[in-house]
Design a protein around this ligand. Structure first.
Ligand code: 3HC
Ligand code: NAI
Length: 699
């Protein structure tokens, strides 16, 4: 007997239970086991009917995504073969659905003759989120069971629906509160007794006069909303086939589209992101951090500094139901910080996303204080004070005195040396970096910075905490800028060089936005505030004289142009608006700067802009991997996707480099490095060269 699906006999009913952790993914093992158990049940004269069940949490989450990219999904029996076998079975087959019933899992259930579901089971066809469409009959069967409009909404959005919402449709014969397998067994007995014939999807004809106009409407809307992804529109076409073509023809066309989408770069990118996000949750060094390591309990959190970041971090915790003690130095600053938090919640309330009672509850979770000793009983403190080592020293020295033993002491520093910060305490094992991104209550990314002495349980606790506050966490090592900002500094510098050589801020931003970035580097700098980079450059110059040659950005800052907050930066902004308006004053500053530096501007193409800026990111990413700052290339992709608006259809900078081909990236970098004075800056990273020469990829 194959353990991926077990058969038990309850009188004349055979129950086939899928048991393939973690989620009953329909890999070759499970598919083979289902068919083997089905054949056993069909051959047994004592068996009258069959129930197909999964686990409590997962009926099945669909095709086994780990098989994608191998020959296994098409190996016999493939998923359509299994579904055909169920559908053609000579004895009634009843699906007993609990937990996730997604993608191929729902397609499997729809191939059964009847379906019984637990009311909170989650039914959906999320393939579109992986850049695919349901490839085992989902686009043909679901519209026949629940109607074109509902089916199309589920297929195009990929959003699952609780079973109770589908009660009363031909999809579900019964929806129950509990005991789904027992009910399915009783149901199967009744069917046998009543000799009730199966109602197969293939026998249903869609007779909906509104289907055609709805499909036409969907085509227009979906085409506009889903660019650059091809899958959503293909979902509409496949459902249109369910309306207009015979069932088997619809199935054949669906399979064809599925194969084409599977080969598309967009699907590759989305599947990479799915795997990358899950890989990032795994602690980088498993041997050092065992899976069963006891975590520290985090019930109350302290936040120091109620400025831009402290306020957002406080909101992230209270939104997740975790109370916060918020410390400032002066009453005025505390009032200002709390006022901003309240205003942010009021804006959310005006949009109808928060009730007055919820707002009051969240505010009540914040205990404002000016007294350091109020932090004595919190389990975690996050410092978000000014980015100056002397201020951090003062804060961590005092924290070391008041925090209870075992409390985690975290810094939100953007770039300062975490090991030095840890050295201000007598408990460096409890010190960690929690680098949130602005606005901290909105941005998904959290870089968890592991110091040289950070305890493995502290690291594991923070990874777990990230999930509680719904952040995408990535572990980074200590260096200037960690993963994200270290890379963005190179990207920004590449953009700065292009500006010097002849491109305008709007041309550079435009080229990168057309590549897919949410915002080009100059718009992003204006949003973040040019003063932040200016302060960092001054700090680096003080540490390493001569390392920060004067730039046009310095000239802008000297003129008080700090970006959106001052109404002018690389662009100008009208009061209360965020639209960047090209500013001749900036052109004049840049042109003067070029003249002063003896540069004759040249014409630069959009392709060159994208090549230089993105390869600068990739090259630094390779160095970050080499230095062990990131554990995996896919972690870097997660950072850029969740924190920097990198286009999802490209899967992150490292996957993009893989897609272009690392040998091509190295060639381009060498070509750029061959220009006079460019050799050192553009030298390809040794790891990049090594992988390219071996014909390998980052991922
Ligand atoms: N195949 C294989 N493994 C899967 C999987 C799948 N379809 N779905 C999830 N997993 C794995 C995850 O990689 C993770 O593994 P790990 O512990 O080794 O990291 C584990 O299951 C748990 O996953 P999550 O961390 O995501 O757990 P959650 O409880 O948060 O979510 C879930 C569970 C809702 C099932 C979520 O994982 C999910 O949405 N999965 C994807 C479902 C999907 O896209 N199905 C369609 C596949 S394509 C298809 O079916 C094609 C067909 O039409 C032909
Ligand atoms: P901010 O200037 O808006 O706020 C800092 C706050 O800390 C001020 O309200 C100040 O009164 C308070 N403060 C200063 N010293 C204090 C002390 N000893 N005790 C208590 N409170 C004190 O600064 P911002 O932008 O919030 O930055 C804070 C930290 O977060 C810095 O380390 C910064 O590098 C980091 N960071 C900033 C990001 C940003 O986009 N602004 C992004 C990620 C990290």
């Amino acid at each position: 007997m194959n353990s991926a699906a077990e058969l038990t006999q309850l009188g004349s009913i055979a129950v086939i239970t899928m048991n393939h952790p973690p989620v009953n993914g329909l890999g070759l093992d499970l598919r083979t086991a289902i068919v083997a158990q089905l054949d056993r049940a069909l051959a047994d004269p004592q068996i009258d009917a069959i129930v197909l069940a999964g686990g409590e949490r997962n009926f099945s989450a669909g095709a086994d995504v780990r098989e994608f990219g191998t020959s296994k999904p098409s190996a016999a029996p493939n998923l359509p073969d299994v579904i055909r076998a169920l559908e053609a079975a000579g004895k009634p087959v009843v699906a007993a659905i609990a937990g996730n019933c997604l993608g191929g899992g729902l397609e499997l259930a729809m191939g059964c003759h009847f379906r019984v579901a637990l009311r909170d089971a989650s039914l959906g066809l999320p393939e579109v989120k992986l850049g695919l469409l349901p490839g085992a009959g989902g686009t043909q069967r679901l519209p026949r069971f629940i109607g074109v409009e509902s089916a199309l909404n589920m297929i195009v959005s990929g959003q699952p629906v609780p079973a109770q919402k589908l009660a009363g449709t031909a999809l579900l014969d019964e929806v129950v509160e509990s005991g789904v397998v027992d009910t399915a067994v009783a149901f199967a007995r009744q069917i046998v007794a009543d000799k009730r014939p199966a109602k197969l999807a293939r026998d249903i004809r869609i007779k909906d006069p509104l289907a055609e106009p709805f499909l036409q409407f969907a085509r227009t809307n979906v085409a506009a909303a889903s660019r650059p992804f091809p899958a959503p529109l293909q979902c509409v076409e496949a459902v249109a086939n369910a309306v207009g073509k015979p069932f088997d023809e619809g199935l054949r066309l669906e399979r064809e589209i599925f194969a084409a989408l599977m080969a598309s770069p967009e699907s590759r990118a989305l599947r990479h992101i799915f795997a990358a996000e899950r890989a990032a949750t795994k602690l980088p060094d498993v041997s050092e951090v065992p899976a069963d390591m006891p975590l520290r309990e985090i019930r109350r959190v302290g936040v120091i500094g109620a400025g831009t970041m402290g306020g957002g971090i406080t909101m992230a915790f209270v939104d997740a139901g975790i109370p916060v003690v918020l410390l400032e130095t002066k009453q005025e600053a505390l009032d200002r910080g709390l006022g901003t938090i309240r205003r942010n919640y009021e804006t959310t309330m005006k949009k109808g996303k928060l009730t007055q009672a919820q707002l009051d509850e969240r505010i009540a979770r914040i205990t404002p204080t000016l007294d350091f000793s109020a932090l004595a009983d919190v389990d975690l403190v996050i410092e978000a004070v000014f980015e100056e080592m002397s201020v951090k020293r003062d804060v961590f020295t005092r924290l070391d005195q008041v925090a209870k033993p075992g409390a985690i002491l975290a810094s939100n520093t953007s770039a300062l040396d975490l090991n030095e910060i840890a050295s201000f305490t007598k408990r460096p094992q409890d010190v960690i970096g929690l680098h949130f991104f602005s606005p901290a209550n909105v941005m998904k990314l959290l870089e968890i910075v592991r110091g040289a002495k950070t305890g493995p349980d502290v690291l594991a606790t923070c990874m777990n905490l990230a999930k509680r506050i719904r952040k995408t966490a990535v572990v980074a090592g200590v260096c200037d800028g960690f993963i994200g900002n270290r890379m963005i500094a190179r990207y920004g510098a590449a953009a700065g060089m292009l500006l010097m050589e002849g491109a305008s801020p709007q041309q550079i931003d435009g080229a990168l936005q057309r590549f897919g970035l949410a915002m080009g580097p100059f718009r992003m700098a204006d949003l973040a505030g040019l003063d932040i980079g200016w302060a960092a450059r001054k700090r680096r110059e003080a540490e390493q004289p001569g390392s920060q040659p004067r730039s046009a950005a310095d000239v802008l800052c000297e003129a008080g142009r700090f970006g959106q907050k001052t109404g002018a930066g690389w662009y100008r902004y009208e009061a209360g608006k965020r639209d960047p308006i090209p500013d001749p004053a900036v052109d004049a500053i840049v042109e003067q700067f070029r003249r002063d530096s003896g540069v004759t501007p040249r014409k630069i193409s959009d392709a060159e802009i994208v090549e230089r800026c993105i390869y600068a990111l990739v090259n630094e990413g390779a160095r970050i991997l080499e230095d062990g700052i990131a554990a995996r290339a896919s972690d870097i992709d997660v950072v850029y996707l969740s924190g920097y608006g990198f286009p999802r259809h490209r899967g992150g900078p490292m996957l993009y480099a893989d897609t272009v081909g690392l040998a091509n990236v190295v060639r381009a970098l060498r070509r750029i490095a061959a220009a006079p004075g460019a050799e050192a800056w553009w030298q390809p990273a040794p790891l990049l060269v090594k992988l390219a020469e071996a014909g390998r990829t980052f991922n």
